[in-house]
Design a protein around this ligand. Structure first.
Ligand SMILES: Cc1ncc(C[n+]2csc(CCOP(=O)(O)OP(=O)(O)O)c2C)c(N)n1
Length: 611
C-alpha cells in the first residue's frame, strides 16, 4: 500500500488492506479510529466507552477471520463503530445516528459484514448457534464468531446460548469482551470470578506457564484439535474460575490483553484451530484512550445522553427519592440501567433497597413480583423497548398473581436516534391486553409524581407509567389531574381531541389551528389509558367527531379502545391516529412524528379531512 502522510484509515478500502498492515501502522490505525470515534460521538451522541474499548479487538478479528464469509457477530451491537470504520463506512461515519445517516447499530442494509441487525442484548450466541448449524448442515466450511460483553453475558438468552453451544459442540468462537462493566459495573457471580483473574497480576504469567506445561505433554497436539483436552482441563481446573466454561463444554482460552493486537491475533488464530465451541477471554478497558471516558464511571462510558434536567426521567428520579424516605417498603429494580432510567439517586441513598439484576428484564419482572408477594412495593424502571421482552412475565407472573408491581417505563414512543429496535411503540398495545393492568401516560413533569402516587395506591394488580424521551412540559397546579380521572383541558362543541401523554401538547396546538378556522374543539388528557375514564367517553360522544392521537402503534392501541367504547353506544365517528405497524428507522423525533402526521399540522389536516 502506498501511503504518504495519509491516515492509515483512509488507506483501508477493503479488509485485504487491513491485513497488509505492519504493527506500527496497526497501532496508528487504532489511534486514528479512537480519535474519530471520540469526535463523532461527542457531536452525534452514541456509545463511547464500549467503542473505545473494542478498537484493537475489532482490528484483530478482521485480520484473523474472513468477513463476511466468516460471520462476525457483535452482541448488542452498540460497540460496532470500529467495525463500521473497517468495513466500508469510513466516508459516511460522520452521519452516524443522524437522520438518513448510518445506524448506531449493525445494519444489514448498510453492509454485508453486518450479519445481524441487533441492539437488544444477549442474542448473539443464539444467532451464532443457528448460523453454525446452517453452515454445518449445508457443508460449508465457514467460521462463526460471537463477541459478547461481560454485561450481555448476564442475560438469560446468553446463558441459554452458552449451554446449547457447549452441548451441541457447535463450531463457534465466542470472544468474551470483559471490561467489568455493563452500563454500571456488571452484576454477576460469573463476572466476579472473571474479576479475580483480571485483578491478579501474576495470573497472566501463570497462565502462560500452564499452557506451556500442558502443551508439552505428548499427544496434546492431536487432542487439542479434537476439542477439550482433559489433561489441560484438569490442570487449569485447579487454578481457574473459568472452569465453569469448560464444564459447559466450551474450550477456554485466556485471559488476553484486549489492547495488544499481536497477542489477540495469536489467541484468535489458536482458537480458530479447534473444532467445537471455544471461548476466548479478552480483558479490555472501557473508554480506553480518552481520559474523560476512562475516568467517569458512568456518564462518559455509554450513551452520552443519560438523565437530562427537565425530562420525565428527572421528574421520576426526584419523586422516587422523595418517596424512598417516606416509604420503607418501596424498592427499585433495574435491569443494568440504574443511570438512564433515573433510579441512581435512589440507589445512592438507599443502596439496600435498590436492585440491579443485570441485563435480565424477564428476571427483573418476576423477581419484583416475588418482592410484592413478600410484602414490598417494587418499582421496575425500564425502557419501553426492553420491557416488551418480559411481556409473558408481566402477564402471567405479575398480573395473574394480582401483584402490585409498578412499571416505570422510559423512552416510550418514538425515540429517535437509535432506530427500529429502540422505539417504544409496543408497550401500550401489549400492556393494555394484560388483565388488571392500569396504565398512566403523563403529559407533564408534574403529572409524573401525581401518577406515581396514584399507581402506588393500587394494591391489587400491576400498573405502569410510560413517558417519552423528550423534555417534559411544565404544568401549573390547576393543569394537573388526580387519581384515575381524565382531565378536560378545553371545552368545545365540534371536535373532541384526545392526546395521549406527550401528544396532549400536539392536540392542543392542533386545536389552536382548528379554532382559527372556526372549528370548535374540546381537548382531553386521558391521563389513564387503561381503564379509560367513562366521564371522558361520555363527553366525547356529544361531538361530531372524536380524534385520538397516541405515540404508539395505532393498531390495537388506545385510540382503538376509545373507538370501541364510543361506538358501543353511538354513531359518532372516531379517527384514530398513531404509528403504523412497521419498523421505523432512526431519525429526528419530530421529523418522524411529522412524517406520520402526528404533529399539530398533521392532526389538524386529518380533522379538516373528516369534517
Ligand atoms: C435487553 C437489553 N437491555 C438493556 C440494554 C441496554 N444496554 C446497551 S449496552 C448495555 C451494556 C452492555 O454491557 P456489555 O455487554 O458488557 O458491553 P460493553 O458496553 O461493556 O462493552 C446495556 C445494558 C440492551 N441493549 N438490551
Amino acid at each position: 500500500m502506498t501511503r504518504i502522510n495519509t491516515p492509515v484509515l483512509d488507506c483501508i478500502h477493503d479488509l485485504g488492506d487491513l491485513r497488509g498492515l505492519d504493527a506500527r501502522d496497526l497501532n496508528m490505525l487504532a489511534r486514528e479510529i479512537r480519535r474519530l470515534v471520540v469526535a463523532i460521538v461527542n457531536r452525534n451522541g452514541g456509545h463511547l466507552g464500549s467503542n473505545l474499548g473494542i478498537v484493537e479487538l475489532t482490528i484483530a478479528l478482521h485480520r484473523v477471520f474472513d468477513s463476511p464469509r466468516d460471520a462476525i457477530l457483535f452482541d448488542t451491537g452498540h460497540q460496532t463503530y470500529p467495525h463500521k470504520l473497517l468495513t466500508g463506512r469510513r466516508r459516511s461515519f460522520d452521519t452516524l445516528r443522524r437522520p438518513g445517516g448510518i445506524s448506531g447499530y449493525p445494519s444489514r442494509r448498510e453492509s454485508e459484514h453486518d450479519w445481524i441487525e441487533n441492539s437488544h442484548a444477549s442474542t448473539a450466541l443464539s444467532y451464532a448457534h443457528g448460523l453454525a448449524a446452517a453452515f454445518k448442515t449445508l457443508g460449508e466450511d465457514r467460521r462463526v464468531v460471537a463477541v459478547v460483553g461481560d454485561g450481555s453475558l448476564t442475560g438469560g438468552m446468553a446463558l441459554e446460548g452458552l449451554n446449547n453451544l457447549g452441548h451441541s459442540d457447535s463450531n463457534v468462537t465466542i470472544v468474551l469482551n470483559d471490561n467489568g462493566r455493563s452500563y454500571a459495573p456488571t452484576v454477576s457471580m460469573l463476572t466476579k470470578s472473571l474479576i479475580k483473574i483480571r485483578s491478579n497480576p501474576v495470573y497472566m504469567r501463570r497462565q502462560d506457564r500452564i499452557e506451556a506445561t500442558a502443551e508439552s505433554i505428548p499427544l496434546v497436539g492431536n487432542m487439542l484439535r479434537r476439542g477439550m483436552n482433559a489433561t489441560k482441563a484438569a490442570v487449569r481446573h485447579m487454578w481457574d474460575p473459568p472452569a465453569i466454561f469448560e464444564q459447559l463444554g466450551l474450550r477456554y482460552f485466556g485471559p488476553f490483553n484486549g489492547h495488544d493486537i499481536t497477542g489477540l491475533e495469536e489467541a484468535l488464530e489458536k482458537a480458530k484451530l479447534f473444532e467445537g465451541p471455544t471461548l476466548v477471554h479478552v480483558i479490555t478497558q472501557k473508554g480506553r484512550g480518552y481520559t474523560p471516558a476512562e475516568n467517569d464511571p458512568i456518564k462518559n462510558m455509554h450513551d452520552l445522553s443519560s438523565v437530562k434536567e427537565g425530562s420525565y426521567t428527572a421528574a421520576f428520579a426526584e419523586h422516587l427519592l422523595d418517596l424512598g424516605s417516606r416509604r420503607p417498603e418501596l424498592v427499585a429494580v433495574t435491569a443494568a440501567m440504574p443511570d438512564s432510567t433515573g433510579i441512581l439517586p435512589f440507589m445512592d441513598r438507599f443502596p439496600e433497597r435498590a436492585f440491579d439484576v443485570g441485563i435480565a428484564e424477564q428476571h427483573a419482572v418476576t423477581m419484583a413480583t416475588g418482592m410484592a408477594l413478600g410484602g414490598l412495593r417494587p418499582i421496575v424502571a425500564v425502557y419501553s423497548t426492553f420491557l416488551t421482552r418480559a411481556l409473558d412475565q408481566i402477564n402471567l407472573d405479575t398480573a395473574l398473581h394480582g401483584c402490585p408491581v409498578v412499571f416505570c417505563i422510559d423512552r416510550a414512543g418514538v425515540t429517535g436516534d437509535d432506530g427500529p429496535s429502540h422505539h417504544g411503540l409496543l408497550d401500550m398495545v401489549l400492556l393494555s391486553k394484560v388483565p388488571g393492568m392500569t396504565i398512566f401516560a403523563p403529559s407533564s413533569y408534574e403529572e409524573v409524581a401525581v401518577m406515581l402516587d396514584a399507581a402506588l395506591g393500587i394494591t391489587d394488580g400491576p400498573s405502569a407509567l410510560r413517558w417519552p424521551k423528550i423534555p417534559a412540559p411544565r404544568a401549573a397546579p390547576e393543569e394537573v389531574g388526580r387519581g384515575l380521572s381524565a382531565r378536560r383541558v378545553a371545552a368545545g362543541s365540534d371536535v373532541c381531541l384526545i392526546g395521549v401523554g406527550r401528544m396532549l401538547a400536539t392536540v392542543r396546538q392542533a386545536s389552536a389551528l382548528l379554532e382559527a378556522d372556526g372549528v370548535s374543539c374540546s381537548v382531553w388528557d386521558p391521563r389513564v389509558v387503561k381503564p379509560l375514564d367513562p366521564v371522558m367517553i361520555g363527553d366525547a360522544v356529544r361531538h361530531r367527531l372524536v380524534v385520538t392521537v397516541e405515540d404508539g402503534l395505532r393498531e390495537g392501541g388506545i385510540g382503538q379502545a376509545i373507538r370501541d367504547q364510543v361506538s358501543a353506544s353511538t354513531e359518532v365517528p372516531v379517527a384514530v391516529m398513531g404509528l403504523p405497524t412497521v419498523h421505523i428507522p432512526h431519525g429526528d423525533i419530530d421529523e418522524i412524528t411529522a412524517m406520520y402526521s402526528l404533529d399539530a399540522e398533521g392532526v389538524a389536516a386529518s380533522v379538516r379531512k373528516y369534517i
